[in-house]
Design a protein around this ligand. Sequence first.
Ligand code: AKG
Ligand code: FE2
Length: 374
Amino acid sequence: MKLLVLDLSKANDPRQKTELLEQLHHALFHIGFLYIKNHGVDSNTISNLNSLLPTLFNQPPEAKAALSKMNSPHFLGYSGYAEETTLGVKDLREQFDFATELPVIYDPNASQNHSSDFSKLYWRLRGPNQWPSEDLVPGFCKAYTEYHDALQDLSYRFVHLVEEAFGVRVGTFDSFFSRPTSVDEVVHNQIVPPQHRIKLVKYPPSQASGGNLASQGVGAHKDSSGWLTFLYQVGQEEGLEVLDANGTWIAAPPIDGTFVVNFGNAFEAATEGAILATIHRVKAPRSISNPRYSIPFFQGLPLDITVSEIQSYIPLSVRKLRHDSQKTMNEKVSNFLDPRWDNLGESQLRKWIRSHEDCARKWYGDETTEFYLQ
Ligand SMILES: O=C(O)CCC(=O)C(=O)O
Ligand SMILES: [Fe+2]
């Protein structure tokens, strides 16, 4: 399998756009993993954030500890080296989880003063970031916010191309992403706008024998935090790998000026497996290498969206394109399709509880945590 690099500037030229949409169609339905270049995100916006990563991660341990995810019922903040698990194995990375800056909309300890029903526990996932101090990481909030806004814009533009590749009206999925302009609008909108999530990740060189699974940077997984993922691989360190339809791991090395795009669990569920949330993993860099940094942007969806609602937006012509050969990859049921619930919020809550059990026990209690650990 060859991963394609799609040139998004072709979207601006009617003569080249058809070719771009054909390539996108192929990448969507046969691979589920692609690169994009000429994506319209200013290189300064990317480098301004990238250049702060060493400073962010080299803060004194107590400064990082002060931003711990343990402080946050929204699972936003810092998690230290090997504090997160995938498939029961420690991931050899440290990371800061950020998201679209939004207020708390559900706090079980406070009286709520809005009319909508946000009593579902998963609404507690929404909330503000934990920002590093401006003294220790000068310019971070500005650089992050510019990056967030640019990636949000790219993600919406890209979804429009996906709609064209699907042959549906451009804007079909827009209602998933209608943006709030004020807190008031957030709580009174019918569809509550999404909170995109951005991880800033560092994979330090691993002492474990390089290249084998003892050095799991992040274990094999499908993305479950959003609709589409836009991953920026900082620098030249390799490690990202994608599982193809034959069960072979394919390297997805950094390519200058590109983002990697892949599709989340919800997308796979919405298209009934016609487009896969392709499984991928990262090997930790060998001990003689530099650290590897990456920045995945997970495009958020409204937490109360249901499987049937999301499927209703996808034309039958797309859903029936599911290929039999893909069934084997798809056999592990998406969390979103777990028969115990029908909404995305619960599958997200389950994901966070499973990857950060201590934080879950602190904020959601043992009973809830154990329910979602099953
Ligand atoms: O670091 C990478 O390149 C990929 C990270 C990833 O797949 C994830 O965090 O979901
Ligand atoms: Fe991922």
